[in-house]
Design a protein around this ligand. Structure first.
Ligand SMILES: C[S@@+](CC[C@H](N)C(=O)[O-])C[C@H]1O[C@@H](n2cnc3c(N)ncnc32)[C@H](O)[C@@H]1O
Length: 299
């Protein structure tokens, strides 16, 4: 495929799923739910894109340790089967990295890790290995900081930006578990941080961002992907090292369809853009059921 082809018009993108190294399995999916093993704990939770017929029988689904009931809005409740842990750790071991992340049940059905991101952690490892000299990584919309932890464990100087205090504290806990010091923890609206960094003429060798459809900065600044991603990307390209820069952008939003994302990306300029890729990122299981969980653009 020629570069121009995917950058100019939408098309069927390759599907990528790679959780290798993470103690995680997508056991089954179907009826808009997924059955997953995160380390020692099995979860049964909603997944809108799981439009399959389940492969495993009902008894197996019902034996999950935790079942998430959706209530009105996005919140819900977890129901235990027996007395499973509601806080536990999961291991990630890849090449010479041995990491652990803390998981816990949240009212939004998440547990503190998006396993499909393991594909990006591997990418970060490879990219950081090839960079000689300074390795400064900026992780925006960092959530519980998994990508920051991986980057720091690979020797990068990491700046972690997230707008929710409790979530930053969860990230700090993950750094502590892995005995990683020196991550810069920034509780701020991602755009505000980036504007200041542009004024300071900061430079980063790696930029990672996984913006939500809708969110708030630390001072309730409203974030909307459909209007805010484009100016943010223009600013971020000013911060990216011209020689060794790498960028990882994930979007999982009906407000940012492929065509719109491609139009935005097409305006950006960087020498390394020649090696860009855009794929559907997701999860798959042994019977090749595929869950597409967003677009991934990186170079
Ligand atoms: C989709 S999650 C990122 C997941 C992360 N990539 C991972 O794999 O762990 C989006 C995060 O962005 C944060 N957020 C939302 N609006 C923000 C803003 N304006 N500035 C900074 N962070 C924001 C949310 O609190 C949330 O933790």
């Amino acid at each position: 495929m020629r570069q121009q082809d995917f950058i100019h018009r939408p098309q069927k993108l390759p599907f990528v799923s790679n959780t290798s190294g993470l103690d995680y399995e997508l056991l089954d999916c179907g009826n808009q739910r997924k059955l997953e093993r995160f380390g020692t704990v099995v979860l049964n939770r909603p997944e809108i894109s799981a439009k399959y017929k389940p492969r495993l029988n009902k008894d197996i689904w019902e034996s999950a340790d935790w079942y998430f009931f959706e209530k009105k809005g996005k919140k819900g409740e977890w129901k235990a089967n027996g007395t499973p842990k509601n806080e536990w750790n999961i291991k990630y071991q890849k090449e010479n990295l041995k990491l652990s992340f803390q998981l816990e049940l949240t009212a939004f059905k998440h547990v503190g890790l998006f396993p499909e991101q393991a594909e990006n952690w591997q990418y970060i490892q490879h990219k950081l290995k090839t960079i000689e000299g300074k390795k400064r990584v900026l992780n925006l919309f960092a959530y519980t900081s998994a990508a920051s932890i991986v980057s720091a464990a690979c020797g990068a100087e990491v700046t972690n930006v997230e707008s929710v205090k409790q979530i930053i504290n969860w990230g700090r806990k993950n750094a502590e578990i892995n005995k990683l010091e020196g991550i810069r923890w920034i509780l701020e609206d991602a755009r505000k941080f980036v504007k200041k960094a542009v004024r300071r003429e900061d430079v980063f060798e790696g930029i990672i961002l996984d913006p939500p459809t809708f969110g708030y900065g630390s001072n309730k600044e409203r974030w909307k992907i459909e209007s805010d991603l484009e100016p943010l990307l223009h600013d971020l390209f000013k911060l990216l090292n011209q020689q060794d820069g790498f960028l990882i952008l994930n979007t999982y939003s009906p407000k940012m369809p492929q065509a719109k994302l491609l139009t935005i990306l097409n305006q950006l300029k960087h020498p390394k853009l020649k090696s860009r890729e855009i794929v559907n990122l997701g999860l798959s299981n042994p019977s090749s059921q595929k869950l597409t969980l967003g677009l991934l653009f990186r170079f």
